[in-house]
Design a protein. Structure first.
Length: 185
């Protein structure tokens, strides 16, 4: 199975992903593992940056294809429409294609939290050490210009984790996956 954790920067995708991996096993591929190569070697947003990111993504996804389809692979991403590059939409299509190539379901979990909580989380010190956005104004701009989506996922769920710990959020995801992607009303 492929599990994509989607949401705005600072919402807790990587932290939740780590907790989820501890619960269900498998592999965790954070989007910054891929993006940071481009950021380290090229100016962000340039054609050289996107060329590097695509090459790293291609190599990473080729490695995922060598794993057993039943082994959970947890991805973190911002999957959103908008922006001049179209890269986020392209990246989502690559994820959907990866699930098809693995012959496994694509579980998409969109994590949300209140705007106040998201602004609080985005300034976390660990984020800076990982090369992640820490500016609340950049977060506001992204959320104002773009719309999160997960069209084409096999199973889709949104979780507001404003008042949930990463461990609680991961348990909700684990239970949802165990139920076969059935969302209670």
């Amino acid at each position: 199975m492929l599990i994509n954790l989607n949401g705005w920067p600072g919402v807790g995708k990587l932290t939740t992903g780590r907790e989820l991996r501890a619960l269900i096993g498998g592999r965790l591929l954070d989007n910054h593992t891929i993006l940071n190569v481009g950021s380290a070697l090229a100016e962000s947003g340039t054609s050289e940056y996107y060329q590097l990111v695509r090459a790293v993504r291609s190599a990473a996804f080729a490695a995922v294809l060598k794993l057993p389809p039943a082994l959970p692979v947890i991805l973190t991403n911002v999957v959103a429409r908008g922006g001049a590059s179209g890269f986020l939409e392209e990246n989502w299509q690559a994820i959907a294609d990866l699930a098809k190539s693995r012959g496994c379901p694509l579980f998409s979990v969109t994590l949300t939290c209140s705007a106040v909580e998201n602004r609080h989380r985005i300034v976390n010190g660990e984020r800076g050490a990982l090369g992640k956005i820490q500016d609340p104004d950049v977060l506001d701009a992204l959320a104002g210009e773009r719309v999160l989506f997960d069209d084409g996922a096999t199973f889709r769920k949104t979780i507001d984790n404003t008042h949930l710990s990463p461990a609680e959020t991961a348990r909700h995801i684990q239970q949802w996956i165990s139920s076969g992607g059935v969302t209670s009303v």
